[in-house]
Ligand binder design. Sequence first.
Ligand code: ADP
Ligand code: ADP
Ligand code: MG
Length: 659
Amino acid sequence: MFKKILIANRGEIAVRIIKTCRKMGIRTVQVYSEADAGSLAVEMADESVLIGPAPANQSYLLADKILDAVKQTGAEAVHPGFGFLSENAGFARRLKAEGIAFIGPNPEAIDAMGDKITSKKFAAEAGVSTVPGHMGLIESTEEAVKIAREIGYPVMIKASAGGGGKGIRVAHGDDDMAEGFAAVKAEALNAFGDDRVFLEKFIIDPRHIEIQVLGDKHGNVVHLFERECSIQRRNQKVIEEAPSPLLDEATRMAMGAQAVALAQAVNYDSAGTVEFVAGQDKSFFFLEMNTRLQVEHPVTELITGVDLVEQMIRSAWGEKLAFEQKDLAINGWAIESRIYAEDPYRGFLPSIGRLVRYEQPEEGDQGDYTVRNDSGVREGDEISMFYDPMIAKLCAWGETRDAALDGMARALENTHLSGLGHNVPFLAAVMDQPRFRSGQLSTSYIKDEFPDGFHGLTPSPSQVHIIVAAAVAMNEIIAEQDGDPSDRTDWVVLIDKTPHGVTLSYDEDEALLLSFTGGGHARLSDIDWRPGLAQFQAVLDGEPFTAEVGRVADGFSIRHRAARARVRVLRPRLADLYARLPEKQAADTSKQILSPMPGLVVAIPVTVGQEVKSGETVAIIEAMKMQNILKAERDGVVKAVSAKAGDPVAADDVLVEFG
Ligand code: ADP
Ligand code: ADP
Ligand code: MG
């Protein structure tokens, strides 16, 4: 076996690979950019090598630098993780030429599957069902419109070199097509340096289902069943699970057989993923093959017990697969939530900064469920604008889908982040939605269920009890600590503006009994909170819960899962007055365009005195590989422009003012 492996990646996936290397007794070398000098991966690896400045094109994407580090440390193999150089056949070839193993498939397989047009042709030849469309390159807008009409709208416009949800657009008619074709071409050239574009039929209301494959250098290929990744935003996965709630055994086996056939057709000899779109009727069509470890591989590991990184290393070393298809089975259900540094309450804008607080849920067996948390950062670390905004991949496993989902909801409750915006409340919302629970998934799920964006969920009746109970308990604890305990038993808890009358008493076990004026009782026990703590943990009517709490001017802010409220605990007489107070007016910012996040100004295409129409672009801001286009919300005349291209800006900095 290899004695030393170099990891040409960063963040959580680097940490993930190091863990398996440790288990196998293999030494690790971690390369890092200046931005990652103090990272967890660097701390965990046996050795580390600085390869350049923060931007990926000056560090993680430079094959020369990686090769230098390999030579300097005597590493025998390179694991590229995903993204960066993982699907770069040229890099794999250079390693091979130097006698270094690439822990991934052979370069010919990467080439064959490397772009979407070529791979679709291979797939069709291997008998894989492909999305109807045009297999060839399209040169002009006129040709694109003509072909789109033949295929029939809606049509998907795709960059052949695309990845990570970039270079994809739907066209519903000729005008869309003409505009979209030019846009995808430009985006592809910019992002991938390759502007080849093709068209395929847009599968309506589709689901994303993919098959994990694994091969060795002796011609053996197996599949490790499917993952469903239909919960996506902007064609990027957010929540994945295995198995898929859609598939029956026959469809699963048909998809698995096609994926294996494709892998065999290209002599695939590592871990890889064959992606399909599936109709609600279980029809399925090949999308692309990713010739690398996939972000969401942990859910497959959780239901099969196979360590995919270990298998990739063994296969790169030349070992035969230790199991056959018949040895593999699905055990239980697993789900993954991608925890992103983005603010769901503000249109999911990237949110960078320091993780002032980062408490992770306990991993391992929790009774009804098992937790795995793949994270590459620690409390105090910074999420920078240079790389992917993923903070962690939180996974829960259970015997059934419901058990896994309940486990995920609890694990999310026990994940606490502050210092930057994060999507934990959003993920919690999805776990609690009846449609998600029922398994009626679609790639348009987020658009369908949150048409006006995310604003949290209204507390359910049981969450109202949780919020009221936490509020009165904190109120009592604070009063006691202040040496001012009251023997008052009647309170009104205002949740936002809604009053909830409650009478308190204690039972013989010192548990707090709540009797609601509107009817209903609750018993709060095992309270774990003291003033200053940001989590309130307790058991309400036998169910453990964790809420995020803070003290605000004259009350508390309490968030339980996706329900967030401002809460005041008042004497009944005062509550009446409070309910009548007018809301504070927010400052009038309607005449200003503010930067929604910290980042770099890409362009401000307006000048002072210019008349701007509603919907016109007034500024473009970039952070974490994402460009955000800010548009005028109404017609107006530009009065002032306060930033220019290249300027760094903070959140809420004024960019443009209207007269
Ligand atoms: P997965 O299906 O594993 O989630 P994605 O397509 O979302 O795969 O990409 C995984 C990672 O690789 C992401 O961090 C994404 O930004 C990056 N990535 C994928 N394709 C490319 C590409 N062609 N160029 C640069 N980064 C890419
Ligand atoms: P990427 O390389 O960016 O991952 P994919 O081809 O895998 O690109 O597509 C990304 C996502 O876009 C898919 O998961 C699916 O949600 C959607 N998609 C792609 N092609 C189609 C199609 N023909 N019809 C409907 N949805 C599609
Ligand atoms: Mg894909």
